[in-house]
Write a protein that binds this ligand. Structure first.
Ligand SMILES: *Cc1c(COP(=O)(O)O)cnc(C)c1O
Length: 366
């Protein structure tokens, strides 16, 4: 593979395919697969990911309307669920054939208005129920009444009914998750009693797919797993990170005992050392908490720890003992260290590490 000559996020479609097949292999053959490509496909490249998965996945999901429009404008034709649309965007949603999640009476009423205005018939919508996350969703007790109400409005049709698990990755919360799933089953029965047609039902995210195989219903929704992370080491082993954040050595300095590195002179050399400056910083989405030895990068397969404070556009690493030159490639995360390693050392989750990678970093699809 060609070496990086600037800071870039490499997206490996082969790894994406591998992860897709791994996850798909955990489903019954008839279960549909919704690929969650919100937040620029977890910081990678939503258009490239969606194009690659278009003939493999059954559905796409994004969080916001603008993300769905971006995919439509790039030529994606598969159905796209917008998980958290705002009512000001409902006409655009219809214009771009995006499918809204309706989670409250406020948004249901607003969407009905837009659908009437735009003279729609049976426009596909997705009903979201709150089974315990207490974030978005109708009250499960309302299921029948809602289904009845929607039947009276020919402008819309329920394409799916869904809910979201609060702690599917946490074995200590198994009882809670099973209760959420039981709630969801009840919602399903109630709705099927009323509707003259059968919508899709879905409630599992990546960890739900893995830990609750009996709760896949008609479709699963996977985000993080597609990108190569599974919220636990055992799952991570079977997946491959699709994104590798690379940079290069901009400059090398040899410093003497007592010399300091970076802002606030946070690092003082106890002995002669070789320091490499890298063109990437906290404005690129790398946590400032990685500084002062918390994080490391890999250069020619060798670990180089961060020295001093991470700057906005640069950071310095200790390359004493590593044979390297200016212009050499540096791995910030990918196979080693992984985004999971960065997440753990900065007390966050891979989701945040991946989605924080700033827009100014070029995405290179391989
Ligand atoms: C983001 C999201 C997902 C994907 O979750 P992963 O843990 O990344 O698989 C699924 N469903 C909903 C409602 C989401 O918001």
């Amino acid at each position: 593979m060609q070496k990086a000559r600037e800071t870039q996020l490499e997206i490996n479609l082969k790894a994406l395919h591998h992860n897709f097949l791994q996850l798909k292999g955990k489903l019954q053959p008839q279960t549909l697969f919704m690929a969650v490509v919100k937040a620029n496909a977890y910081g990678s490249d939503a258009v490239a990911v969606a194009k690659f998965l278009e003939d493999k996945a059954d559905y796409f999901a994004v969080a916001y309307t603008s993300e769905g429009i971006e995919l439509r404008e790039a030529g994606i034709r598969k159905p796209i669920l917008v998980l958290h649309p705002q009512s000001v965007h409902f006409e655009e949603i219809i214009h771009h054939c995006l499918e809204p999640a309706l989670y409250s009476h406020f948004v249901l009423n607003a969407f009905l208005k837009s659908a009437q205005l735009k003279k729609q018939q049976h426009y596909p919508v997705h009903l979201k129920f709150n089974t315990g996350l207490n974030r978005l969703g109708f009250d499960p007790d309302e299921a029948k009444e809602l289904a009845r109400r929607i039947c009276e409005n020919p402008e819309i049709k329920i394409r799916s009914v869904f809910s979201h698990l609060a702690a599917s990755e946490d074995p200590n919360e198994r009882d809670f998750t099973l209760r959420q799933i039981a709630f969801f089953s009840k919602i399903r029965s109630a709705i099927l009693e009323i509707l003259p047609y059968k919508p899709l039902f879905h409630c599992t995210n990546t960890s739900g797919i893995i830990n609750y195989p009996d709760a896949h219903f008609d479709m699963v929704r996977s985000g993080i797993g597609l990108y190569g992370y599974g919220n636990e080491a055992r799952v991570d082993q079977s997946l491959k990170p699709i994104a590798t954040l690379k940079t290069i050595i901009s400059q090398l300095h040899t410093i003497q005992p007592g010399d300091t590195v970076g802002y606030n002179r946070a690092f003082e050399a106890p002995e002669p050392q070789k320091i490499a400056t890298l063109p990437i910083g906290h404005a690129d989405g790398l946590s400032r908490r990685l500084g002062n030895g918390v994080g490391f990068v890999t250069i020619h397969g060798q670990k180089a720890p961060y020295v001093g404070n991470v700057c906005m556009d640069m950071l310095m690493v200790n390359v004493t003992g590593i044979t390297c030159e200016e212009g050499d490639e540096v791995i910030v995360f990918g196979e080693n260290p992984t985004a999971e390693t960065l997440a753990q050392s900065t007390e966050t989750i891979t989701y945040e590490v991946l989605t924080k990678i700033s827009k100014r970093i070029k995405r290179v699809v391989k």
